[in-house]
Design a protein around this ligand. Sequence first.
Ligand code: B12
Length: 222
Amino acid sequence: MGETREELLEKIQKAIQNGKAKIAKNLIEQALEDGIDADTIVNESLLKAMDVIAESFSSDIAFVPDVILASRAMNVATVVLEDYTEKPAGEPLGTVVAATVRGDLHDIGLNLVSMMFRNVGFVVYNMGCDVPADAIIKKAEEVQADIICVSAMLTTTMPQIQGLIKLLENKKLRDKYCVMIGGAPVTARYASRIGADVYTADAASAAKEARKIITEKKRKSE
Ligand code: B12
């Protein structure tokens, strides 16, 4: 007898936790062929794997090399799922520039945010991690972005988000962009203190919120 859907999802989770990118990729392809949807795989396998890794990392059961391998597997898994997901047809909803702030090498959350935004119909320029504020703004200007998404995962790099907002103000560009922020240490309170437009705790609600904001903006300008 073949394995159950739960067993397959658990195998994917374990493959990511153990840093087995190739195995994770094959299992995800199998799950998609079996009709398991991408959201289920994200929630039941990918995010669960990262929860376990985060827990093992903070209790010294997993160390940086283990976490790096798991992170690579996680990023491979995200690409497989993103390639598979059908994007909404027609005009894009808007343009997004996404980056993790300077000095911060965490990109998993950012990649998930980028994937979710693309899935609801945005064009996303994902600049990756360790990106200085001026480079983020330059890119946003170049591609005429509607939204700037910034991620920070360390308490020491979080102030970089405030730096980006200040730089936008200095350049008289603040009102041009919706600035959405997130990452483990970031809170709604911090967002309102530094004058960011939107904070959400997870990637899926970030994409939904962005769609709402852009739709409203378009309705107003019509
Ligand atoms: C993976 C990981 C790493 C990997 C990163 C690999 C990679 N490619 O990303 C590696 C091993 C490189 C790493 C390094 C370090 N890490 Co680290 N890392 C983690 C870990 C275990 C998981 C993070 C993760 O990917 N989670 C899974 C994703 C899906 O969740 P997420 O990133 O939070 O994203 C979600 C939301 O936050 C949100 N979101 C994220 N970004 C955005 C953006 C927007 C716009 C929005 C709306 C939403 C949003 O949506 C996402 C999905 O729903 C965390 C533990 C934790 N609890 O977070 C520690 C953690 C973040 N790391 C930590 C530390 C200390 C470090 C190091 C200093 C360790 C060291 N001794 O060297 C270095 C720093 C390197 C650097 N300069 O950045 C600490 C930070 C403590 C702090 N308060 O500052 C943590 C919390 C671990 C801990 N408990 O101590 N790390």
